[in-house]
Design a binder for this molecule. Structure first.
Ligand SMILES: Nc1ncnc2c1ncn2[C@@H]1O[C@H](COP(=O)(O)OP(=O)(O)OP(=O)(O)O)[C@@H](O)[C@H]1O
Ligand SMILES: [Mg+2]
Length: 587
């Protein structure tokens, strides 16, 4: 863990050095108090001299002031280091997470990952920012105190040392156990957090189905099992602390008996014994402190392991390390804008069904194409392949004649604007949500985009207009309003390729009509891929591609497909007859 941590501490070496100097200094000064005590007893009490006592105490006074100054620097520097290093680790962890492909977040609970970013780093922080310096200081006190003990009285020191093996071995044994238990306990806590996060986020569904009791019970079970694991760890540590305390205090008592007899026999001065006892107590205290912190360091090691694991997760989807510009610009001119060559994609969790199977399709610049087909046909998956959220297992996907893995990811994705099937808004105001499409857009551009998406009217009616806060995931808006904001965002981005995944599904007939007009302007002269269930909304596109079970079954215009494609005809018959019935119903 230390080797791993060092990469984060290294930039702040200078502070670390100052902290260590302050640490060594305060430890040395603390020990030198022993000499002050010896002076006080031998010069002051034994000689019954007030001036001797004053002299001894003035030394003690100087030591105390120096110690306090040292303590200030030690505390400040060490805490600074802890906070700084953890902030760096958090930042690095987060930026790593953001770079991971969406599939990673499908296989790992968001709450669990969050817990690594927050709880685990906090645990690590206490260790770097306090426990570690505490342990180091006590270790120094231990070594220094022991040396002074040897110098002042070898016989008494040996008595004290007899117990050391009895302390060190249990320490190592229990330490290992605590580390394992601590990892378990962190894992459990992460699960508890993930649970709570998910059910609170979807509180409406929980309450609508009156499942409060169920989530309570599930959460309760998770919390209890976290407690049980913690309890095991606490038992181990309590046992360890008690054992060490008994050994240490027993040794001190034995030493006091032997030393006391020597003072009575006149072989040792009272001041020497007092100083020795002071050292012994310091040594014992520091050993106890180290054992206590040792458990904590083990916990932090568990946390560090989890953080390290997460940082080590490699994304299979990355920009090429060296730009592999295989295509010339002449080739780019002639190549279709988007090209699917025999593309097959299978979700790893569904190995026996192809979400996209052997797809061949070329889309020219400026063309608009609709993707239709039954639910689960693979339409949204196709968008994810285009955005390179996933890489196909077979075949090749080209944009502007360049294979996707040869594109710089950022450049590739900046060709697109996506209006997803479920509109996504962030907990911010309308401005910020729209500007997400293009952060450098001017005020006028944002408003124009909102107008084009027919969002301007309802935004004006919000309590603070464009400044209105939309709540987490835009909960303060209706489904159709959210959708219009998502469209406005895409309009603002002004991309080369527009991806609309049921962009108008949540709109009423009238807004749909308006938004459709806005989309038509947006689509004019722009390559557009539209997924739509309602076939009426895609009649005007250049081509319609019909998908079924991951296969492209037919391509053509509405008129052509009505005659040539059985599936398309069935879909359209169903819809148009339903609509006619609806119309009849309203008459
Ligand atoms: N993350 C995923 N992991 C595993 N399987 C998935 C995942 N996402 C989608 N699928 C499966 O892949 C198939 C295609 O899904 P896709 O979302 O592309 O369908 P779709 O055509 O967009 O459907 P809809 O019209 O209902 O949105 C479905 O069978 C679906 O269950
Ligand atoms: Mg879909």
């Amino acid at each position: 863990m230390l080797i791993w941590l060092w990469q984060f501490v290294r930039p702040y070496r200078l502070r670390l050095v100052i902290a260590i100097i302050a640490l060594v200094l305060t430890a040395a000064l603390t020990l030198s108090l022993g000499q002050g005590i010896k002076l006080m007893i031998d010069e002051g009490f034994s000689d019954q001299s007030t001036s001797g006592l004053a002299h001894a105490l003035s030394w003690v006074g100087i030591i105390i002031v120096a110690m306090s100054v040292g303590a200030y620097f030690r505390f400040y520097m060490v805490s600074w280091l802890g906070e700084r290093v953890i902030a760096d680790i958090r930042k690095k962890l987060y930026s790593h997470l953001v770079s991971l492909p969406p599939s990673f977040f499908e296989d790992n609970l968001a709450g669990e990952i969050q817990s690594r970013v927050t709880t685990d780093t906090t645990l690590l922080q206490t260790v770097i920012g306090s426990s570690f310096s505490f342990a180091l200081r006590n270790a120094l006190t231990f070594v220094g105190g022991l040396t002074l003990m040897f110098i002042s009285n070898v016989k008494l020191t040996l008595i004290v040392l007899l117990v050391v093996p009895f302390i060190v071995f249990p320490l190592i044994y229990f330490g290992r156990k605590v580390k394992k238990l601590s990892r378990d306990s962190q894992d459990k806590i992460a699960t508890v957090g993930a649970w709570a996060g998910e059910s609170l986020q979807h509180i409406k569904v929980v309450q609508a189905f009156t499942r409060e009791a169920l989530v309570n019970e599930q959460f309760g079970r998770a919390a209890e099992s976290a407690f049980e694991v913690a309890l095991k760890r606490i038992r181990q540590r309590a046992l360890l602390i008690a054992l060490v305390m008994m050994m240490v205090m027993g040794a001190v008592a034995g030493m006091l008996f032997v030393g006391g007899s020597d003072v009575i026999a006149g072989e040792l001065s009272a001041g020497d014994l007092a100083a020795f006892v002071f050292y012994a107590i310091m040594v014992a205290g520091s050993l106890a402190a180290v054992t206590e912190v040792y458990g904590e360091v083990q916990r932090a090691a568990g946390a560090a392991e989890r953080i390290r694991e997460l940082m080590a997760t490699q994304s299979g989807i990355q920009s090429p390390s060296i730009s592999t510009a295989k295509t010339t610009s002449a080739e780019q001119q002639t190549a279709p804008l988007i090209e699917f060559n025999h593309v097959t994609y299978t979700y790893p969790s569904r190995p026996d069904t192809h979400a996209i199977a052997r797809l061949n399709l070329a889309i020219n610049a400026g063309e608009s194409i609709a993707l239709v087909g039954p639910s689960g046909a693979g339409k949204s998956t196709l968008f994810e392949l285009l955005l390179r959220f996933r890489d196909p297992q077979h075949g090749e996907l080209k944009i502007l004649g360049k294979s996707l893995p040869d594109w710089d990811l950022e450049q590739l994705r900046s060709q697109f604007a996506l209006v997803p099937q479920q509109p996504v808004l962030f907990s911010a105001n309308v401005w910020d949500n729209l500007k997400y499409g293009r952060p450098d857009a001017t005020e006028a551009e944002v408003i124009a985009a909102a107008k084009a998406a027919h969002a301007d009217e309802f935004i004006a009616q919000l309590p603070h207009g464009y400044q209105s806060f939309l709540g987490e995931q835009g909960v303060k808006l209706s489904g159709g309003q959210k959708q219009r904001l998502a469209i406005a965002r895409a309009i603002l981005r002004d991309p080369k390729i527009l991806l609309l995944d049921e962009a108008t599904s949540a709109l009423d007939a009238q807004s749909e009509h308006y938004v459709q007009q806005a989309l038509n302007t947006l689509m004019a002269g722009r390559t557009t891929l539209v997924i739509a269930h309602r076939l009426a909304t895609v009649r005007h596109v250049d081509r319609i591609a019909v998908f079924d079970h991951g296969q492209l079954v037919d391509v053509g215009s509405h008129e052509e497909l009505i005659h040539s494609s059985e599936l398309y005809k069935r879909l359209s018959d169903l819809q148009f007859s339903n609509e006619n019935m609806e119309e009849l119903g309203t008459i």
